[in-house]
Design a protein around this ligand. Structure first.
Ligand code: GDP
Ligand code: GDP
Length: 437
């Protein structure tokens, strides 16, 4: 089940970042390590009453001058409309209603998406009456909060999660391999999608999503079923120009979340860019199967070393996903497309592979015999046993004497041993440690 996506929209200074940080709380630390992605913290996982959702802050990143605020807000609202399941529209209860609030409300009213109107900076009961003028926006009952003082957040979250049932998906066909193609504009996503689906077939099988505005393509290739998930703007070019990279990252997020396998598309003529790094980081954090697809290989001048050198560069830039296979294709000429389809199947399998506890423990005890855990804080790590607790991504629980003394380098060693024996190519794997007396 894909996690619902909630977007916060609103004028600069209404308190979006403040709310974002309150909701995300200490969880933000969990997503710290991936290079690129979390530096600007545009999204986070939030949990309320056992419901998990992804929160994105569409907030301003452009220089703030008065005359572009409206333009900026409209763009944010458009992104939210295209990608989110629920939109939180935040206004400033101290400043009151403004012209740009009215215009944005007009945009939001036109689309069929739940909007939660939140009036912020209601720091005490006396200010409560400030909410009435916001009824004029015509998007329903305003909910009053104080993000700074954490007041009213529970009621607001209740209202947000109340809308989730309507957006749940029904695509739980086990045999279906869900694939998304992500990458920056002009890298060749549409061209590849057409190659993979065959133009005609894709058109007849388009399923216009009612709640997500997405167009997915269901295709059968040699007896296997693939669902190619649309990143808004692949099939149907986005209404607004993608000049701001942050927005295409946000767009990728929804698609990645729904996929089993992500094709990270790199333009061979440009190499890995910072934006590619961010998108790859999202797939990595989400625990998805990943294939690095270097496109436009037809235009690169090659000798016998080119591919090796290129792979080194890619590995260097995306050093956090050494597990991902790299493939060189041309969406234009069709080079290696059949191989790519095989690879997608393979990586989907690896991402959902399950290892029996017995075999796993044989491998782990052998690994421990070959290389003893280092002594940390005067104590030696003991591993009692390990078991795979879930798939997609493959996750292992290690029961140890003290989870606090697992050293990073030893963890790396264990992961490598698991990969050496079982493969898990193209998928991140996770290891959690539990202390057991
Ligand atoms: P953003 O531009 O929408 O992300 O707004 P920020 O979160 O950066 O907040 C803008 C200003 O409003 C900051 O000075 C915050 O301290 C202040 N602010 C945010 N929430 C509240 C609130 O609930 N009450 C009051 N009085 N001020 C707030
Ligand atoms: P998107 O914005 O990522 O969907 O990219 P498109 O599929 O629209 O492709 C952008 C441009 O790159 C178009 O002019 C394509 O013809 C071109 N293009 C796509 N794939 C290839 C390729 O493998 N080789 C070459 N030479 N051009 C390509």
């Amino acid at each position: 089940m894909a996690k619902p996506l909630v977007a916060i929209v609103g004028r600069p200074n209404v308190g979006k970042s403040t709310l974002f940080n309150k909701l995300v709380g200490k969880r933000i630390a969990i997503v710290e390590d991936t290079p690129g992605v979390t530096r600007d913290r545009i999204y986070a996982e939030v949990e309320w009453l056992n419901q998990k959702f992804t929160l994105i802050d569409t907030g301003g990143i452009e220089p703030e001058s008065e005359d572009i605020i409206l333009k900026q807000m409209k763009r944010q609202a458009q992104i939210a409309i295209e990608t989110a399941d629920v939109i939180v529209f935040m206004v400033d209860g101290k400043e009151g209603l403004t012209g740009s609030d009215i215009e944005v409300a007009e945009m939001l009213r036109k689309v069929n998406k739940p909007v939660v109107l939140v009036v912020n900076k209601i720091d005490n009961l006396k200010l409560e009456d400030n909410k009435y003028e916001f009824y004029n926006l015509g998007i329903g009952e305003p909910i009053t909060i104080s993000a700074a003082l954490s007041l009213g957040l529970g009621d607001m979250l209740d209202e947000i999660v109340r809308h989730f049932e309507k957006v749940e998906e029904d695509e739980e066909d086990e045999a279906l391999i869900k694939v998304t193609i992500v990458g920056k504009p002009n890298v060749g996503k549409s061209s590849l999608l057409n190659r993979l689906t065959g133009e005609e077939r894709a058109i007849v099988s388009d399923i216009p999503g009612t709640t997500r505005d997405a167009i997915d393509s269901l295709v059968e290739i040699n007896g296997d079923k693939f669902l190619f998930i649309d990143t808004a703007g692949i099939r149907r070019k986005s209404k607004i120009k993608e000049e701001i990279e942050k927005y295409s990252v946000i767009r990728s997020l929804t698609a990645v979340d729904r996929a089993d396998v992500c094709l990270i598309m790199i333009d061979a003529t440009e190499g890995v860019t910072e934006q590619d790094e961010k998108i790859a980081g999202i797939a990595h954090e989400a625990g998805k199967g990943v294939i690095i697809v270097v496109n436009k290989w037809d235009v690169v001048e090659k000798d016998d070393k080119t591919m090796n050198d290129y792979t080194k560069q890619v590995r260097n830039a995306l050093s956090f996903m050494t597990y991902a296979p790299v493939i060189y294709i041309s969406a234009k000429t069709g080079q290696r497309i059949p191989r790519l389809i095989e690879l997608i199947k393979y990586v989907a399998d690896q991402n959902s592979m399950r290892i029996k506890t017995g075999v796993l423990n044989e491998v782990i005890s052998e690994a421990v015999m070959m290389k003893q855990p280092p002594v940390e804080k005067g104590k030696a790590l003991k591993i009692y046993y390990a078991t795979q607790v879930s798939t997609k991504p493959p996750t292992f629980a290690f029961f140890v004497n003290d989870e606090e003394i697992v050293h990073f380098s030893y963890e790396r060693y264990l992961e490598n041993q698991i990969r050496q024996h079982f493969g898990f190519e193209g998928t991140p794997i996770r290891i959690v440690y539990r202390s057991k007396k």
